[in-house]
Every structure is written in structure tokens, then in C-alpha cells.
Design a protein around this ligand. Structure first.
Ligand SMILES: Cc1cc2nc3c(=O)[nH]c(=O)nc-3n(C[C@H](O)[C@H](O)[C@H](O)COP(=O)(O)OP(=O)(O)OC[C@H]3O[C@@H](n4cnc5c(N)ncnc54)[C@H](O)[C@@H]3O)c2cc1C
Length: 400
């Protein structure tokens, strides 16, 4: 029988003598890991079954650990640490027995708030960043629309100006945390510049404003406890002081924001993939077919060895990209390579491992099948594999 997901504990903290992490990283990871074992993993099966987790209460607790504001300024509720600590936190959040909660948490820390932290006014940071870093307010990021996902520049949600206010009309789709969020970091068209890279702004919008309606909870293949919303804006009035940074620079800010998101997404993938591999190794040692353990077949053993090797290579690529970022370099191509490779490897590892479990792999309450469903998203969201390839090839051409 497959082990019940709730009985599987998070693995021990990552090893010392690490190329990116020192003792203080490991101590932080240990605190987060203990929190997960005690407060998150025992509830995950129920939250997945209910197709919802209590974001407001859980985020308050996670906020107390400081995980939302790891690399954000101390005066706005952050810890003022560098990005390597965000990566170790993301990696540790991967110990949660589903990918939905690490994704929801990454929305708050690395998708909805980096631009606000980098370019927002003091007013916006006090109103939106500070309470989000403390976990007192839940945020979401509104970029994608029914008509525009990969092609971000072609979004249609638009504001026209009324005096000093923006009047917003349009809709967003696929918004993670959307039903439970207090505010949205919204990308929309705010001027008529003919360049669709210069006509957009990122705006902080409270989700209780008149004219905002939440649509259906979107049913998904995986990420079941994650809340995925459609959000409609009908003449929603927001003061222009809610624009993050410079009006018309939203597209550029969003492209920069994607880089943090992609590196964090890779970090979130490492632990589940390593657990899928180790659970499968254990299972294939125990399970005998034709009188021999499944793993005694060279084809199985070699496949597991190859996938373990590829996971190490992805890890090395991630750490290299993070070190480059810490050194102040543009990591757009490296972040895209790491996201592409990690997402593709997630499909390979979860599919091959599920196969090695036979019928037990095809059961619902098996962590391997849950990650098979959950991790499939990583080749689609946050920039699909093909968008990563287009970014990488664009940079290759620029280098020539
Ligand atoms: C569960 C979930 C959560 C999400 N959370 C959020 C969120 O919180 N906020 C948010 O703004 N968005 C979110 N998204 C949206 C996500 O980022 C988009 O789904 C993604 O960007 C892809 O856009 P699309 O779905 O419109 O696919 P499309 O853009 O229609 O692309 C369809 C397919 O076309 C192919 N393709 C795309 N571009 C190229 C290319 N350049 N070359 C060749 N082939 C290409 C790819 O195979 C791609 O999968 C979420 C999506 C899901 C499913």
C-alpha cells in the first residue's frame, strides 16, 4: 500500500559545506522545517480534500517566522537579508506535502511584492508591503487574462483617467490566492503610448473596492488547496498614488519581478523532486516482482540514477544563478534556463517514478501522484517552457 501522505515527514535540513548556504541559512531552514512538520503537514491532506487552505490564519503564522519579507527592508516588515535566504526558505517550503501552499506563499513573497519593495512609494509600502510581509494581509498578482497569458504585453485590462484617479475596467484570470487575498498587484494599461511595453503600470488595488467581483473557483488538475480566481473590474476607482513607481513602467517592472519568481519556483521544486526520488527508491527496494526487488532491474536503477544526477545539475544551475544575482549581474538567461530545465525535469521525474510504483502510483493518496499533478504546472505558469526558450534564444542572439 502507498504510505498515507500525512504520515510522511519533511526530510532533514540540507547539508552544511554548501556553496550558497552558511550556518545561518541552515538555522533558518531548520526553524521553517519544524514549523512545517508541526503546523502544516498534519493538515495538508484535509486542505487538499477541501480544495482550500486557510491562507489568512496560516499567513499570519508564516509572517511571524519572517518568511514573506526575507529580502525586504526591515522598516517595511522584512528581515533585510539577501536573496540567498529567500532561496533557502523557498527550498524549505518545498518540504510541504503539496505544492499549492509553497506556491501561495511565493506569490506573497516573490510575485506580488518585489516591484512594490523596489519601486513603491513610502505610502504604498506602509499600506501594502508592511502588512503583507507580516502576514497580516494576503496578496495576489494579477497579470494573466483569458486573452493573454504568455503574451503579457497584449493584456486588455485598462484604466482611464478621471482627474487624479484611475477608473479600471477589465478582468484577470488564473489569480492564485485571488479568493482570499486582501489586495492585488495589478498590471494594466494606463496610457495610450503606441508601445505596449510603455503603456502599462503596476497598481496596488484593495480587493474590497466597489466594482470588483470574484468569479468562480477554477477547478484544476492539481494544486488543489490553492485558490485560483477570476477577478472582474467594473469602473473600479483607485487613486493614482497607488501606481507602483513610474506610470508606464509596469511592463518593465513586471519582467524584472518574473526573475525572482522563476528562481524561487526552481527552489520550490528541488525538495519535492528529491522526495519523489527517495520514496521511489525505498518502494522499489521493498517491492518484489518475479522474485526480485523492482530496483534490481538495471533499467529502473539506471533511470533513478540518471534523474538523481539531473536534479543535482539543476540545483547547481540554480545556485550559480543566485550567486550571479547576488553579484549584481543580470540573471535573466540563467533564471530562464533553470526554470525551463527544472520544470521539464519535474515532468520526467514524477512520470517515471509514478510508473515504478505500478498501481500504487495511480492512487490518489500517494505523494508521488500528488506531485505528478501539482508539478505539471511549472512548465505552464510563470512563463511556459516555450517562453523560457524564446528568452534564452533572444539572449543568445544578443551575445553574437
Ligand atoms: C494554477 C495556475 C495558477 C496561476 N497563477 C497565476 C497568478 O497568480 N497570476 C497570474 O497573473 N497568472 C497566473 N497564472 C497564469 C499563467 O502564468 C499562465 O497560464 C501562463 O503564463 C500561460 O498563459 P496561457 O495559459 O494564457 O497560455 P498561452 O499563452 O495561451 O500559451 C499556450 C501554449 O502555447 C505555447 N506557447 C506560448 N508561447 C509560445 C512561444 N513563444 N513559442 C512557442 N509556443 C508558445 C505553450 O505551449 C503554451 O503552454 C496561473 C496559471 C495556472 C494554471
Amino acid at each position: 500500500m502507498a504510505k498515507a501522505v500525512s504520515k510522511i515527514k519533511a526530510a532533514a535540513p540540507v547539508a552544511s559545506h554548501h556553496i550558497l548556504y552558511g550556518q545561518s541559512h541552515l538555522n533558518f531552514a531548520d526553524t521553517v522545517s519544524q514549523f512545517i512538520d508541526k503546523n502544516v503537514n498534519p493538515n495538508v491532506d484535509e486542505w487538499e480534500r477541501n480544495k482550500s487552505f486557510p491562507a489568512r490564519s496560516l499567513f499570519k503564522k508564516l509572517g511571524k517566522l519572517g518568511i514573506f519579507g526575507v529580502n525586504k527592508p526591515i522598516e517595511y516588515g522584512g528581515l533585510g537579508l539577501d536573496f540567498s535566504y529567500s532561496v533557502v526558505v523557498a527550498e524549505t517550503m518545498g518540504k510541504i506535502n503539496c505544492a499549492a501552499i509553497p506556491m501561495a506563499s511565493a506569490v506573497q513573497s516573490d510575485m506580488a511584492t518585489p516591484a512594490l519593495s523596489d519601486y513603491g512609494s513610502d505610502y504604498l509600502k506602509r499600506e501594502f508591503l508592511l502588512p503583507s510581509m507580516l502576514g497580516e494581509r494576503v496578496s495576489c498578482l494579477g497579470v494573466s487574462e483569458a486573452c493573454a497569458g504568455s503574451d503579457v504585453a497584449s493584456i486588455r485590462t485598462t484604466a482611464h483617467w478621471h482627474g487624479d484617479d484611475l477608473i479600471i475596467n477589465g478582468s484577470k484570470q488564473w489569480i492564485t490566492n485571488g479568493h482570499q487575498a486582501d489586495w492585488i498587484c495589478l498590471l494594466l494599461n494606463t496610457n495610450t503610448n503606441p508601445s505596449n511595453h510603455r503603456n502599462k503600470s503596476l497598481v496596488c488595488v484593495n480587493l474590497n473596492e466597489p466594482g470588483i467581483k470574484l468569479g468562480r473557483q477554477i477547478e484544476k488538475l492539481g494544486m488543489h488547496s490553492s485558490d485560483t480566481a477570476e477577478i472582474f473590474f467594473d469602473d473600479v476607482r483607485v487613486p493614482s498614488r497607488n501606481i507602483i513607481g513610474e506610470e508606464g513602467r509596469g511592463f518593465v517592472y513586471q519582467m524584472a519581478q518574473f526573475q525572482d519568481e522563476r528562481l524561487v519556483a526552481v527552489a520550490v521544486l528541488l525538495e519535492p523532486l528529491s522526495r519523489v526520488l527517495s520514496l521511489t527508491m525505498e518502494y522499489t527496494k521493498d517491492r518484489k516482482i518475479f522474485g526480485e526487488p523492482v530496483i534490481s532491474n538495471q533499467s529502473v536503477r539506471y533511470k533513478l540514477a540518471e534523474m538523481t544526477t539531473e536534479l543535482e545539475a539543476v540545483k547547481a544551475l540554480l545556485y550559480r544563478a543566485v550567486l550571479e544575482k547576488l553579484g549584481g549581474n543580470d540573471v535573466t538567461p540563467l533564471a530562464s534556463m533553470a526554470k525551463l530545465k527544472a520544470a521539464r525535469l519535474a515532468r520526467i521525474i514524477t512520470d517515471n517514478c509514478l510508473q515504478f510504483w505500478g498501481g500504487n502510483g495511480y492512487t490518489w493518496d500517494n505523494l508521488v501522484s500528488r506531485f505528478y499533478r501539482d508539478l505539471r504546472l511549472f512548465s505552464i505558469a510563470g512563463g511556459c517552457d516555450e517562453v523560457m526558450l524564446s528568452i534564452i534564444s533572444k539572449h543568445m542572439n544578443e551575445k553574437k
